[in-house]
Design a protein around this ligand. Structure first.
Ligand code: GDP
Length: 296
């Protein structure tokens, strides 16, 4: 797992050879490489700065032990810190609620909320044998309601009917009532998104959150958005008590820097990665794997 970064740092870490201790001075060039790698992976600058500062504090003065070269010791610290920053381990979905456990999906239009709702329904149905109900509260786009129905039918998962003439809160409450009466374990509530953050959307999702009291509020964000993802994440995090993040479109050419940035600004765990348009393309998030990907 250390190979990529080792390769990248190549000559730089060799200059550290012979030093028995990591110091600010002898780490300088190597840390500059790490900084470049993070920026190239599209990690937002404040997150990069914080990260480099943390690594410095942790590595400085550290004795180089055993058969490690100082360069390897530094690379080890970088990976460990990066993994730690992204959550250390996979955070599982929390479904501990009086049924139905409600999962609220939040995010901008096009982020992948509807697709992820379908993927999540499939995952819960197949791996945990949950009885799942899907509902769309996107009353602005009839196509979005249709999209969710089509997905649900494809997956043979039930969906609760909704209509553009209804209010999102009313739809969600009716869906919860239906889910209770028909013994569903999980209700996934898909919400409307806009192309950019706007107050009306934020007010609506806040009201929806208050009404449905979800056990999981997942912020769905397109990893390809890179640094723009930061502002969006910040706005959603300030509006809603997010419980987790889904990074979609990780199958694209993104190096995954958004993972680090979004984690940095929200402090919330990334729970899943979207890895394709197909409904099988949802994976639990593993911080160590992402650390390798980000550092390239
Ligand atoms: P919503 O507006 O947030 O509900 O977004 P959608 O679920 O409609 O997704 C927008 C587009 O992104 C669709 O064309 C999806 O097929 C695509 N999409 C969603 N998730 C992924 C993913 O993980 N990988 C890829 N390649 N495409 C995705």
């Amino acid at each position: 797992m250390f190979e990529n970064l080792s390769g990248r740092l190549g000559g730089v870490v060799k200059t550290l050879r012979g030093n028995a201790r990591l110091t600010e001075d002898n780490m300088k060039d190597a840390l500059r490489e790490v900084r470049m790698a993070l920026l190239e992976a599209d990690v937002a600058l404040p997150a990069v700065k914080q990260f480099i500062a943390d690594v410095k504090v942790r590595a400085e003065g550290q004795e180089v032990v055993g058969s490690l070269t100082p360069g390897q010791a530094l690379i080890g610290v970088v990976y460990e810190e990066l993994t730690k920053l992204m959550g250390a381990q996979n955070d599982a979905l929390n479904l501990a609620a009086v049924p139905p456990a409600v999962i609220l999906m939040a995010g901008l239009q096009g982020a992948g909320k509807t697709t992820t709702s379908g993927k999540l329904a499939k995952l819960l149905k197949e791996t945990q044998k949950k009885k799942v109900l899907l509902v769309s509260t996107d009353v602005y786009r009839p196509a979005a309601i249709e999209q969710l129905k089509t997905l649900a039918n494809q997956l043979t998962v039930d969906w609760f009917p909704s209509d553009v003439s209804q209010k999102p809160v009313d739809i969600a409450l009716a869906a919860i009532d239906h889910a209770k009466r028909h013994f569903y374990d999980v209700l996934i509530v898909d919400t409307a998104g806009r192309l950019a953050i706007d107050e009306a959307m934020m007010a609506e999702i806040k009201a929806l959150h208050a009404a449905v009291n979800p056990v999981e509020t997942l912020f769905v964000v397109d990893a390809m958005q890179g640094q723009d993802a930061v502002n969006v994440a910040q706005a959603f995090n300030q509006t809603l008590p997010l419980t987790g993040i889904v990074l979609t479109k990780m199958d694209g050419d993104s190096r995954g820097g958004a993972a680090l940035s979004v984690r940095h600004v929200t402090g919330k765990p990334i729970k899943f990665l979207g890895t394709g348009e197909k409904l099988t393309g949802l994976e639990p998030f593993h911080p160590d794997r992402m650390a390798s990907r980000v550092l390239g």
